[in-house]
Design a binder for this molecule. Sequence first.
Ligand SMILES: [Zn+2]
Length: 129
Amino acid sequence: MTNAATLTGSEKQINWADDIRRPVIDAADAYIETQQERLDAPDATEKAIARHEKDVKQAQAFSQVDDASWWIDQRHAIASQGAECYVQLTTVSQFHCPTCDATYYSTSATDKMKCSVCGCTTEWAVRVQ
Ligand SMILES: [Zn+2]
């Protein structure tokens, strides 16, 4: 597990979340490695390179999620899909809520979503990463 963020939360949450995220981050690392080989191929087109770079960035995002409770919330999705599929099917982004000033993570791709901290519906949440 390379360069994974230090988890935040209670000690119990952190220990639990660490077990949940480990296979996901390992799968993401393996995925990034595979994608890198494709990027280095001499016949890689510009479009394919751009798509692969996006995929790699998405895979890398998992190791940046430091919120233990977010990982715990993801446990059923990870268990049902398996770590490899989860990594490839899920996009995680960091958002900033303008109402409560919280930074949180979401797998929602839409702009309109419920802030996981204050519960407001933020149509104007700023995607941080
Ligand atoms: Zn909020």
